[in-house]
Ligand binder design. Structure first.
Ligand code: ADP
Ligand code: ZN
Ligand code: MG
Length: 483
C-alpha cells in the first residue's frame, strides 16, 4: 500500500433513545414481539397525520452541538420516495435539502498523543424503516423475507463525515469516539449489535501526494467495529489491485460478507434525483430561535474532551490516563466515584487502567460498563492500605471473586481466610523457629549481608501460607537480631 492513499467518509445512522416514535406515540422498546408496536401512522395507512416528537428534535440539535455543527434556524422535512417492503408509506421522511446541523467536526485521537479533526458534513433527522428478516444466510441468497414494523418510525439521525479519514484503523477510532460522545449526551445507546448504531463506509484510493479524489465504492452491512475495519482493509487491497492493473474502480454499492471476509458488488450507485424529493406537506417547517438553541447547549453535559482536561487539572493525572479514563462515560463516572471514597487519583487510575479494564475488555467491544460498583473498589483499596491483604492477593484472589460473585471484598477476605497476620504475638513463635533453623543465614546477616533478610522474611511467609504481614516480619527479625 505504499503507492496509494485511502480516502474514507462514513455515513452513520443512530437510533435516538426517545420513549416514543418520531411521528406517533408508539413505544420504541427493543426486542418486543414483532409487529406489536405499530399504529396507522407508522404503518403509513391513508388518512393519517404525523406530529413531530419534540424530543427527537432536541436530541438531534444536541448531537449537532456536541459535534461542533452550525444549527439551521429554518428547516423542514422532505419525502424521499422509493418502494421497498420495509417502507410501508413508500416514502421516507428525511432531510435531504435542509439538514438540521451542518459543518461540524469531531476530534479523534491519532498515534500516541496526537489528535485530528474529522469534518462532519451534516447531521439530519429522519425516520427509521421496518426491519426485514431474510430467510437465508445473506440478503443475496434469501428465498423470502419477513417484516417487522416495530422499528418503522423510530427517530433516526444520519451523520455524514467529510472524506477526511485515511485508514481502516482511523475509521474505527472515529466510530469509537462518536459512540462515546453520543453516549455522553445520552441521546442513544449506540448498540451496534442491536442496530441502534449502523455504519456505511465510502472509500476510494488515490496516488500518494495527489489531491484529486478517486472513484469511491460504498460498503454496507457493517455490523461491528471489527467489520468496519476488516471490510475497509479488504476494499483497500481490492481497489489497489484494480488500479495497479490499470482497471477502473466501479462506482457501486458493495455488501460486506462477514463469513467470507469479502465485499461483493450489490448494485450500481443510485442518484438523488431517483427519489423525487419534495417538502412533506403534512409536516410544518421548523423555525428555531437562538434562545432555544442556546438552551440546548446549556443542557449538554460535560463532553469527553473537556472532561479529559479536567481530569488532568483536578486530579493531576497524566494525559494518557485522562484519555483512557474518559474514553467511556461509565468508566469516567466510575473513576470519579471511587476517588470520592479513596482520595488517591493515580492509584485509582492505575487500578482501573490495568485490572478493571481487563474485565471490561473481556466483555468484547460492546462492553456494557464496569462489572462492579465503585464502593467495592474503594473497600478493596482500603483493605490493602490497612495491611489486611496485600496487593497480589487483591489482584489475584479478591478482585476476580468480586467480579464473579458480586460479593463485597471484606466478605471474600473473611470467607477465604486471607487476613494478613499483623499481630506480633501470633508471629513471635514462627519468627523464632525460622531463625533457629537457619543459623548460617543469621550469621551472614550479622556479618553485614543485609540482603539475606529477604530469604528470612520469605521463610516466615511460607510458614504462614503467605498471610504474615511482610513489613511487620521484617521489623521483628531486625529487632530480634539486634539483641
Ligand atoms: P454521494 O453523492 O455518492 O452520496 P456524498 O458526497 O453525499 O456522495 O458523500 C457520501 C459520503 O462519501 C460522505 O461520507 C463523503 O465523505 C464520502 N465521500 C465522498 N467522496 C468520496 C471519495 N472520493 N472517496 C471516499 N469517500 C468519499
Ligand atoms: Zn405508530
Ligand atoms: Mg449523498
Amino acid at each position: 500500500m505504499h503507492d496509494f492513499e485511502a480516502v474514507i467518509g462514513l455515513e452513520i445512522h443512530v437510533e435516538l433513545s426517545t420513549a416514543s416514535k418520531i411521528f406517533c406515540s408508539c413505544p420504541t422498546t427493543f426486542g418486543a414481539e414483532v409487529n406489536t408496536q405499530c399504529c396507522p401512522v407508522c404503518l403509513g395507512l391513508p388518512g393519517t397525520l404525523p406530529a413531530l416528537n419534540r424530543k427527537a428534535l432536541e436530541y438531534t440539535v444536541k448531537a449537532g452541538l456536541a459535534l461542533n455543527c452550525q444549527i439551521a434556524r429554518h428547516t423542514w422535512f422532505d419525502r424521499k420516495n422509493y418502494f421497498y417492503p420495509d417502507l410501508p408509506k413508500a416514502y421516507q421522511v428525511s432531510q435531504q435539502d435542509a439538514p438540521l446541523c451542518v459543518n461540524g467536526y469531531l476530534e479523534i485521537p491519532v498515534g500516541d498523543s496526537g489528535t485530528k479533526k474529522v469534518g462532519i458534513n451534516r447531521v439530519h433527522l429522519e425516520e427509521e424503516v421496518g426491519k426485514s428478516l431474510h430467510a437465508g444466510e445473506t440478503i443475496i441468497d434469501a428465498v423470502y423475507s419477513l417484516l417487522d414494523y416495530n422499528r418503522a418510525g423510530i427517530p433516526l439521525i444520519e451523520i455524514v463525515t467529510q472524506p477526511d479519514i485515511r485508514s481502516a484503523e482511523e475509521a474505527q477510532t472515529f466510530l469509537e469516539s462518536l459512540r462515546n460522545i453520543l453516549r455522553y449526551i445520552e441521546i442513544s445507546d449506540c448498540k451496534m449489535q442491536e442496530g441502534s448504531l449502523r455504519c456505511d463506509a465510502n472509500i476510494s484510493l488515490r496516488p500518494k501526494g495527489s489531491t484529486a479524489f478517486g472513484t469511491k465504492t460504498e460498503i454496507k452491512n457493517l455490523n461491528s467495529f471489527r467489520a468496519v475495519r476488516r471490510a475497509l482493509e479488504y476494499e483497500i487491497k481490492r481497489q489497489a489491485g484494480l488500479l495497479r492493473d490499470g482497471l477502473p474502480v466501479e462506482p457501486e454499492t458493495r455488501h460486506w460478507d462477514e463469513q467470507k471476509g469479502v465485499t461483493v458488488a450489490m448494485r450500481s450507485k443510485e442518484q438523488t434525483s431517483f427519489y423525487r424529493l419534495f417538502a412533506d406537506p403534512d409536516l410544518v417547517p421548523i423555525d428555531l430561535s437562538a434562545e432555544w438553541i442556546q438552551q440546548m447547549e446549556r443542557e449538554l453535559p460535560e463532553l469527553p474532551g473537556a472532561r479529559r482536561e479536567r481530569f488532568i487539572d483536578e486530579y493531576g493525572l497524566p494525559e494518557y490516563d485522562a484519555r483512557v479514563l474518559t474514553a467511556a462515560k461509565e468508566m469516567a463516572d466510575f473513576f470519579e466515584e471511587v476517588v470520592k471514597g479513596y482520595n488517591d487519583p493515580k492509584t485509582v487510575s492505575n487500578w482501573i487502567m490495568t485490572e478493571i479494564l481487563r474485565y471490561v475488555k473481556e466483555q468484547g467491544e460492546e462492553a456494557e460498563g464496569i462489572p462492579l460498583p465503585p464502593a467495592s473498589l474503594v473497600e478493596l483499596l482500603q483493605l490493602i492500605e490497612g495491611g489486611i491483604i496485600n496487593r497480589n492477593q487483591a489482584k489475584e484472589i479478591v478482585l476476580p471473586e468480586m467480579v464473579a460473585s458480586g460479593k463485597a471484598p471484606r466478605q471474600i477476605v473473611k470467607e477465604k481466610g486471607l487476613e494478613q497476620i499483623s499481630d506480633t504475638s501470633q508471629l513471635e513463635g514462627v519468627v523464632a523457629s525460622v531463625l533457629e533453623a537457619n543459623p548460617d543465614v543469621v550469621q551472614d546477616y550479622l556479618g553485614g549481608k543485609e540482603k539475606v533478610m529477604g530469604f528470612l522474611v520469605g521463610q516466615v511467609l511460607k510458614e504462614t501460607k503467605g498471610k504474615a504481614n511482610p513489613r511487620l516480619v521484617n521489623e521483628m527479625i531486625r529487632e530480634k537480631l539486634k539483641q
